[in-house]
Design a protein around this ligand. Structure first.
Ligand SMILES: *Cc1c(COP(=O)(O)O)cnc(C)c1O
Length: 358
């Protein structure tokens, strides 16, 4: 870094994205992408929109907001659009926290929350999980500052019910409760309906996981008109044209073909549950994930050794190595063939390492 960088940024620990290796082809189960391509109509919409790239996109994104509003049973003014949902998380830390008003998030959760907090000088209180990795809503009710909950949580895959989230939103009307529903389409219970009742509840979703569009960068938030306006202040103070034309067109086309995606979500859920059973049969400890990934610990050896053993065998999973989850890896649920390769690589690794499988 240069000597010109501010001391605050020089000290910042940035987010480490999952590997995107270009050297060889892996069975790529490390960044929770969908194994399925977008619907053909999405690709057609992108190609058609490319012809209008000389023109700025609509900064209000009204057409897409209206379509999302219809899909989720809210009004367009309750919808905010962003360039990936990470942008909304960033905006939320800027909008709803400051040096005096901090935030609270589960001690084991999405690795970006602490980065945003540090970036904006916000103190983030880690809320310890129970021994089984579940979140205790009562601790959130008692905590101060913006509550940030991935639900289902990452990387554990475990979810709170909407009623439990409601108890947190109801406990303190004067702070924002941000529910990051990046994985909700794989079996979780959405809190979107609750946004009508709680003006302090902000639900964030993304096209990256359940709608096969990680490469397009499209996220959205649903909440009270007032919260959405707050986020718009950030949009119009940073990047008014935050969604490019092709992504906007892709987002609309995807909603028009929602059945295609929801079918794939069901297929992922079935493959997830079958893979969980197969891993348990090999002796793995696996949480009851409601997301498109499995959180698994091998019967012997460290999580890191498993990660390396799988990588050697051409299968890429995510190892975090952070406190409390050193024994675990996170495995994205791929298609049937990818999961068969994961399972045979895992069995081979355990055998070669001399660990007995059940
Ligand atoms: C993947 C993910 C996101 C953000 O994804 P975008 O691609 O930026 O929309 C947000 N939260 C969690 C918990 C995630 O896993």
């Amino acid at each position: 870094m240069s000597r010109f960088l501010s001391a605050r940024l020089a000290a910042l620990e940035t987010y480490t994205p999952g590997e995107q290796p270009q050297d060889r082809s892996y069975v790529k189960l490390n960044t929770n992408e969908s194994p399925f391509p977008p619907d053909a109509a999405v690709c057609d919409a992108v190609a058609a929109e490319a012809e209008r790239l000389n023109l700025y996109p609509d900064p209000t994104g009204l057409a897409l907001k209206e379509a999302l509003a219809a899909r989720y049973g809210v009004a367009a003014e309750n919808v905010f659009l962003s360039n990936g949902s990470d942008d909304i998380l960033n905006f939320a830390f800027m909008a709803f926290c400051d040096a005096e008003h901090g935030a609270a998030a589960p001690a084991v959760s999405y690795g970006f929350y602490p980065v945003f907090a540090a970036l904006h000088g916000v103190s983030l209180t880690p809320i310890p999980l129970r021994a089984d990795f579940t979140v205790d809503p009562a601790l959130f009710c008692a905590a101060e500052g913006m509550a940030v909950l991935a639900n289902p949580n990452a990387p554990t895959g475990l979810a709170l019910s909407a009623a439990e989230i409601e108890s947190i939103a109801a406990s303190q009307a004067d702070r924002v409760v941000l529910v990051d529903e990046a994985y909700v389409d794989f079996g979780g219970e959405s809190c979107v309906p609750l946004t009508k009742k709680y003006e302090n509840l902000l639900v964030v979703q993304t096209y990256s996981k359940s709608r096969s569009m990680a490469g397009a960068r499209l996220g959205f938030a649903i909440g009270s008109r007032a919260l959405i306006r707050d986020l718009e202040i950030l949009q119009y103070s940073t990047n008014p044209y935050n969604i490019n034309r092709m992504t906007m067109a892709a987002g609309l086309a995807a909603l028009e073909n929602d059945g295609y995606y929801m079918n794939h979500c069901r297929r992922i859920m079935r493959i997830r549950d079958e893979s969980k059973a197969a891993l348990r049969a090999l002796g793995f400890t696996v949480t009851d994930s409601l997301a498109n990934f499995l959180f698994a610990s091998p019967p012997a050896g460290t999580g890191e050794a498993l990660y390396l053993g799988l990588k050697e065998r051409g299968v890429l999973v995510r190892y975090f190595g952070t406190a409390g989850i050193e024994d675990y890896v996170r495995i994205t649920v791929g298609d049937e063939e990818q999961m068969a390769r994961l399972l045979s690589a895992a069995a081979d690794y355990l055998k070669e390492a001399g660990y007995e499988t059940k």
